[in-house]
Write a protein that binds this ligand. Structure first.
Ligand SMILES: CC(=O)N[C@H]1[C@@H](OP(=O)(O)OP(=O)(O)OC[C@H]2O[C@@H](n3ccc(=O)[nH]c3=O)[C@H](O)[C@@H]2O)O[C@H](CO)[C@@H](O)[C@@H]1O
Ligand SMILES: C=C(OP(=O)(O)O)C(=O)O
Length: 416
């Protein structure tokens, strides 16, 4: 199994480009299931999660072609509306085929998804929404089985803000009979990117980006071309990596547009952040100041950036409190950061991080995607060599990580 070797202590400097967003590309590729006409997507990141999803769509009968960052999907014939366990066990987002398949085929069998081990992550809200739209849904032998002649519009209210739940129900509602209103909807930029793609396909959607989304169902959707938005979490991760090393970088093909909460914290930590047209510059002080974090749904601070901020707080001056309010088990990186010498105490959903002067390289194990990113950041700062095991998590969500870090001067390489 591949490992990442990092020789720490280099101040990151230079420029690198940000890829398309994993968490926008995954639902948007699933939207192709809603139309018989071909769809073209650009700026699709080359990631293991995308490969998994394209394989999954392929075995349903979707014709897939790919040329670097451009993917064309032709779902004119879906002969097998099934998502088998073997294909979905590594990826939470595979549940996103459920809504489109039920809406288009009137039936779907989707294995309960896997993904990052950061909490129980049930899909009860997805199921509740489809039931309210008239689907008969059963969960048996680890599969969600949904059947309905045609979904009908309904008023949906989710118990909590759920990103993929909102996306699944919004896609399903596009082909339903009548109007659907999703209340307590997720406002994440990736939901808006999906809505923009659906609108280009002929869907009638208003309110995406607010907590009430209205969808008037149509008989059919058409093909379209859509460019995937930049990855705000990849952007934030590189900003943190530069900040932790006292570096100065410029990230291109991205913007601060959806990163207010993250940029605000980086500035509180002492960094200069300058927004340019389609680029961001960051200049970090020699040592950061620790910053308190509380994760919450967008537009508040994203849970997908919590681990990276734990890494930067670990080497900052002072102490900080980190509260995780979205997932019940998203502090797995703390013990691994402790191996590198970090001073972190966990109490329930709160971590108290006391910054230390220096971390020392060690062998650590990646446990989930963003936990892995936090170990990379810590490894870049630590004295000596850090070995990160189980980096397949990183390959799910960071395109060409070593190459991009190397472009910024990091001494990092992958070994088998
Ligand atoms: C592929 C993708 O876009 N993944 C993102 C998405 O995950 P995902 O969409 O899975 O996360 P949700 O927003 O659904 O989860 C929020 C909370 O609601 C709970 N919940 C959710 C649905 C449900 O039916 N029942 C239920 O109890 C979850 O366990 C969690 O505690 O949003 C998360 C929160 O911003 C991010 O960390 C993930 O990177
Ligand atoms: C948790 C994440 O991914 P997933 O929802 O696909 O597990 C993530 O992107 O940080």
């Amino acid at each position: 199994m591949d490992k990442l070797l990092i020789e720490g202590g280099v101040r990151l400097a230079g420029e690198t480009a940000i890829s398309g967003a994993k968490n926008a590309a995954l639902p948007i590729l699933c939207a192709a299931l809603l139309t018989r006409e071909p769809m073209t997507f650009t700026n699709v990141p080359q990631l293991n999660d995308i490969d998994t999803l394209l394989k999954l769509l392929g075995q349903m009968g979707v014709k897939v072609s790919r040329d670097n960052a451009t993917v064309t999907l032709d779902a004119s014939a879906i002969d097998n509306p099934v998502a088998p366990y073997e294909m979905v066990k590594t990826m939470r987002a595979s549940i996103l085929v459920l809504g489109p398949l039920v809406a288009r085929c009137g039936e779907a069998r989707v294995s309960l998804p896997g993904g990052c081990a950061i909490g129980a992550r049930p899909v009860d809200q997805h199921i509740k929404g489809l039931q309210a739209m008239g689907a008969q849904v059963t969960v048996e032998h680890g599969y969600v089985h949904a059947v309905v002649p045609r979904l009908r519009g309904a008023r949906l209210f989710t118990d909590m803000v759920t990103v993929t739940g909102t996306e699944n129900l919004m896609m399903a509602a596009c082909l339903a009979d009548g109007e659907t209103v999703i209340e307590n909807a997720a406002r994440e930029p990736e939901v808006v990117d999906l809505a923009n793609c659906l609108v280009a396909m002929g869907a009638r959607i208003s309110g995406a980006g607010t907590d009430v989304i209205r969808i008037r169902g149509v008989e059919r959707l058409n093909g379209a071309t859509h460019r995937i938005m930049p990855d705000r979490i990849e952007t934030g991760t590189y900003l943190c990596a530069a900040a932790a090393t006292g570096g100065e970088i410029r990230l291109t093909r991205t913007s601060t547009a959806y990163l207010d909460a993250v940029v605000d914290k980086l500035m509180d930590a002492g960094c200069d952040v300058v927004a340019e047209r389609d680029a961001i510059r960051l200049k970090a002080p020699a040592r950061l100041t620790a910053v308190n974090i509380r994760t919450s749904p967008y537009p508040a601070f994203p849970t997908d950036m919590q681990a990276q901020f734990m890494a930067i707080n670990a080497v900052a001056s002072g102490a900080a409190m980190i509260r995780e309010t979205i997932f019940e088990n998203r502090f797995m990186h703390a013990v691994e950061l402790q191996r590198l010498g970090a001073d972190i105490r966990i109490d329930g959903n709160t971590a108290v991080v006391q910054g230390v002067e220096r971390l020392q390289g060690a062998t650590v194990m990646a446990t989930d995607l963003r936990a892995s990113a936090s170990l990379v950041i810590a490894g870049l700062v630590a004295e000596g060599e850090t070995v990160i095991e189980r980096i397949y998590h990183l390959d799910r969500g960071y395109e060409r990580l070593e190459e991009k870090l190397a472009a910024l001067g990091a001494r990092v390489r992958r070994v088998a």
